[in-house]
Design a protein around this ligand. Structure first.
Ligand code: ADP
Ligand code: MG
Length: 336
């Protein structure tokens, strides 16, 4: 599809994307049909894809550099959940008519910044035009010592459930972007919006949990705490209970919740947190606390894995201070 505001397909790839592949010899300068990688001996390749659609995963007017960084980071977060070290990524772009040269320049600057931050390079991809909304997809690759990748299916009865960082910031940031949560200060609003736009993939944590063998099951929270803990439960054939009072909150989220207790739904089920959720036996509590100190990252025990008898595998109960269940209408994000 011709577009006067941007160069043709091959010129676009040469000018904007090839520089992002300059540091990855496997990409062959984006001048060939495919990238060629040599997996290292003793390592498993970990591969994951995530698509982002304008109007669903980001707002069409979001800054392009932040769209690019979020796209990379949600994929890196999946690698973190496996304990993997990122190697590189493929990127498929379906550009709508609004994508012009300034948009491309900002988008690629965002990619370049995070390539440097996370030590990865572009390996290849595809570029097409779409009559629909701008759609982007990344396939990220990483490596992990053979057989050592963290999995969702290894939780055991009695395991503590831990979460990294703080919960709910991103979902509350999106609310703030949409003009809600007006009682929060400008700084609190900016903090939450930044957490929505720029997730922090917990790569160091994932790698350390894998290396030390501290975690039983792990995943990254993208759909929401309750839904994602449900995924660990289903895969491990267990249920779980969570104490709402233990959920780690940023000062901004804590204030929002104090003003409006129904926001517990955003915090427990809002999604887009990109924190790691993992289970570990009680005996691992001290080494996990030490790891949190070393990484300067909050690692909070929030509940336990329990037998699913009496409920169903994947059932997750959110309890208040008195042990009563907090019923939520929506447990997490589902596309359809
Ligand atoms: P083909 O038609 O053989 O599938 P393309 O013309 O689509 O190849 O792509 C040419 C080269 O440019 C390939 O190396 C491909 O990986 C790279 N490429 C195309 N689009 C992108 C993109 N969005 N990001 C990274 N590399 C891309
Ligand atoms: Mg080809």
């Amino acid at each position: 599809m011709a577009n006067a505001k941007r160069p043709g397909e091959f010129e676009l790839i040469r000018r904007y994307f090839a520089p992002l592949a300059a540091g990855t010899p496997a990409a062959l300068g984006l001048g060939d049909d495919a990238a060629i990688l040599s997996p290292r001996a003793g390592q498993d390749l970990v591969v994951t894809a995530d698509a982002l659609v304008a109007g669903i995963h980001f707002l069409p007017d979001d800054p392009p550099d932040q769209i690019a960084r979020k796209m990379l980071r949600v994929n890196l977060s999946d690698l973190a959940a496996k304990g993997a070290t990122p190697l590189g990524y493929l990127m498929t772009c379906a550009f709508d008519g609004r994508v012009d040269e300034p948009w491309l320049a900002s988008f690629c600057a965002g990619l370049a910044a995070d390539q440097t931050a996370f030590g990865i390079g572009l390996l290849g991809g595809d570029t097409v035009a779409t009559p629909g909304p701008l759609t982007l997809s990344v396939t990220a690759m990483g490596e992990v010592p053979a057989g050592r990748a963290l999995r969702r299916n290894a939780a055991q009865t009695g395991d503590l459930v831990f979460v990294s960082g703080t919960l709910g910031d991103s979902a509350l940031g999106l609310k703030r972007l949409r003009g809600k949560l007006a009682a929060l200060s400008a700084e609190e609003g900016i903090f939450l919006i930044d957490r929505y736009r720029l997730p922090q993939p917990r790569l160091k944590l994932g790698r350390a949990l894998m290396e030390a063998g501290l975690a039983k099951a792990a995943l990254d929270i993208s759909d929401g705490l309750l839904a994602d803990l449900g995924h660990i439960g289903e895969q491990s054939n267990l249920a779980a209970k969570i104490e709402s009072a233990r959920l780690p909150l940023s000062p901004a989220a804590a204030r929002a919740l104090q003003d409006d207790p129904v926001l517990i739904a955003e915090i427990a089920a809002g999604g887009d947190d990109y924190e790691l959720l993992f289970t570990a036996p009680s005996s691992a509590q001290a080494p996990i606390a030490a790891l949190g100190q070393r990484l300067d990252l909050r690692l909070t025990p929030i509940g336990r894995m329990i037998e699913s008898a009496g409920s169903h595998p994947g059932a997750v109960r959110l309890l208040d201070e008195k042990g009563r269940e907090i019923a939520l209408e929506r447990r997490g994000w589902q596309h359809f």
